[in-house]
Design a protein around this ligand. Structure first.
Ligand SMILES: NC(=O)C1=CN([C@@H]2O[C@H](COP(=O)(O)OP(=O)(O)OC[C@H]3O[C@@H](n4cnc5c(N)ncnc54)[C@H](O)[C@@H]3O)[C@@H](O)[C@H]2O)[C@H](O)CC1
Ligand SMILES: [K+]
Length: 201
């Protein structure tokens, strides 16, 4: 799955930060074009590059004057380099970044940027709690690349998974969005071209 991303970055030479920015912009465009209530956006971010996408989304919304805040889940010492870079940029633009929220129902829309295609084993602990609370809030959810908790290859729910109204996936439809438990979690799937080189499609 990630081979296409790797090829684009390492062989074609498109910097990963460019892909991340285009990914973030494609989600912001979808939010602006859809019938979402953007009065109070919460972006839930993890420690990998999916979280990096989320931090970029929150920053772009914030700079447009939209109230957007970040819930950062996971250990800050595990942040991927791209995530760290986006966290630093968001902080410099004074995006509100917290480690817990009072109630997920306080937000008009939730962006799920906890895990993407790098989820490798069952979600557990605090992350499971957050997934269950977000699902229980019944607030509209937009999943970044794939609903967190869904395996990008098998479509299996790894412990627990976010139930999304809309999934914005980058470059190509991951098989995990079409098989297994996917239909219970993905909502409407929108594929956005962000410049990933994927010759077979
Ligand atoms: N396709 C592209 O060109 C682009 C992809 N982008 C985004 O990057 C993610 C994939 O990022 P990656 O860092 O590989 O993985 P994740 O962010 O999904 O998370 C991995 C992170 O989480 C840890 N982890 C894995 N499983 C668990 C678990 N069960 N519990 C706790 N932690 C877990 C793992 O160790 C990593 O640290 C892709 O989906 C896109 O959103 C680019 O940003 C845009 C272009
Ligand atoms: K996600």
């Amino acid at each position: 799955m990630q081979a296409y991303d790797k090829y684009t970055i390492e062989t074609i030479g498109l910097p990963s930060a460019v892909l991340m920015e285009r990914a973030a912009l494609s989600v912001v465009d979808t939010m602006a074009a859809g019938d979402f209530d953007l009065s109070r956006v919460l972006v839930v971010v993890g420690v990998g590059n999916n979280g990096g996408d989320g931090l970029a989304i929150a920053r772009i919304l914030h700079l447009k004057g939209i109230t957007a805040e970040v819930l950062l889940l996971g250990d800050e010492k595990n942040l991927s380099p791209a995530n760290q870079q986006q966290l630093s940029i968001a902080r410099k633009y004074n995006v509100k970044i917290g480690r817990n929220v009072r109630d997920f129902r306080d937000y008009s829309v939730i962006v799920d940027a906890l895990f993407g295609i790098g989820l490798s084993h069952d979600i557990s602990g605090k992350l499971t709690e957050a997934v269950k609370k977000i699902n229980a809030s019944n607030q509209p959810v937009i999943a970044v690349d794939i609903p967190s908790g869904l395996d990008a290859t098998t479509g299996k729910i790894l412990g627990s998974a976010i139930r999304a109204n809309t999934t914005v996936t980058f470059g190509y439809v991951k098989t995990g969005l079409t098989i297994g438990d996917a239909s219970k979690r993905v909502g409407t799937v929108i594929v956005k071209d962000i410049g990933i080189y994927a010759p077979e499609i």
